[in-house]
Design a protein around this ligand. Structure first.
Ligand SMILES: [Fe+2]
Length: 292
């Protein structure tokens, strides 16, 4: 898993190389990659389309299929809406091209991973770009910026509730770009806490994985079933942690997060770009967790 990576710069390359080294040295056979949003920063001056060279250079070659043959499940970040207006549509259209690994069937989607008759994890990908989260006009230019529409927000919420009420695998992980809780410089996202947290608790969502702040975090909020992981170190410039919530882990470094899934456990490990395993948390079906 990586978030906040789409710069095309040296740090993105450094993290991608650390991911490749990890796969080669550990012998892990990756089932897929989770792209946690802010997949493409900055305006593509040639015009951002499904044919843009950025897809080749910053996605296909950056995370080579020889090392990561599985799907690249992707979530939309604020920069995916803002930096190239309509970019979210381009990202969904790219996923429709034949034989690409990029997966973004819709702005929000579900799939179950593992054997078809006995899946291990239900993944719920959400679009955290609610109008209240990232729909405000740009502070400097006053120009309006893209996000979900109010109608889409309503539709996604109804879909989320319906999907969690259906049969699921023993583990459920929700994924989106913005954090609910964060000790990073953006801090907590109140609109998401208000909208999603009660639903995650009611339906016992085991983990919520996100990015947006440019660091790596593991947060446990008192009395909550859900473990929160933030993996926003994929390439954009890191930012100092500013929050004061007492949580198991936070570090403003570049890196990625490895998720290992077994029938009984989810194990998340944050790795820095120099390859060091920084922090591990294991989550069990009953909601209990263990650090290390
Ligand atoms: Fe972001």
């Amino acid at each position: 898993m990586i978030g906040d990576y789409g710069t095309g710069g040296a740090d993105q390359l450094k993290v991608s190389q650390a991911m490749q080294k990890f796969v080669t040295e550990s012998g892990v056979k990756p089932a897929g990659l989770w792209m946690l949003g802010d997949n493409f920063y900055s305006v593509d001056k040639a015009g951002f389309t499904t044919e843009s060279t950025r897809w080749t250079k910053e996605i296909e070659e950056m995370y080579p299929a020889s090392v990561f043959p599985g799907p690249m499940w992707a979530a939309l970040g604020n920069h995916d809406y803002h930096d190239n207006p309509g970019g979210e549509k381009v990202q969904m259209a790219y996923a429709q091209k034949p034989s690409v690994r990029w997966k973004m069937p819709t702005k929000w989607y579900r799939f179950d991973l593992g054997p078809q008759d006995k899946p291990l994890v239900t993944f719920i990908c959400l679009d955290s770009n609610l109008p209240a989260v990232s729909g405000a006009p740009d502070k400097k230019t006053k120009k309006s910026r893209g996000s979900l529409t109010a109608a889409e927000e309503k539709e996604q919420l109804a879909w989320l509730k319906a999907e969690l009420a259906k049969p699921r695998a023993p583990f459920t992980i929700a994924v989106a770009h913005h954090p609910l809780y964060s000790n990073g410089d953006h801090g907590d996202t109140k609109a998401l806490i208000a909208q999603w947290e009660p639903i995650f608790q009611e339906h016992k969502v085991h983990a919520y994985v996100c990015g947006h702040d440019h660091d790596l975090q593991h947060l446990e909020m008192k009395g909550l079933f859900t473990t929160h992981l933030l993996s926003g170190g994929g390439g954009a410039k890191t930012r100092k942690l500013e929050g004061k919530q007492e949580v198991p882990f936070g570090k403003d470094v570049h890196g990625f997060t490895h998720l290992q899934i077994t029938a009984d456990t989810l194990t998340f490990t944050h790795h820095s770009a120099d390859g060091a395993a920084l922090h591990t948390v294991t989550k069990k079906q009953d909601g209990s967790f263990q650090v290390g």
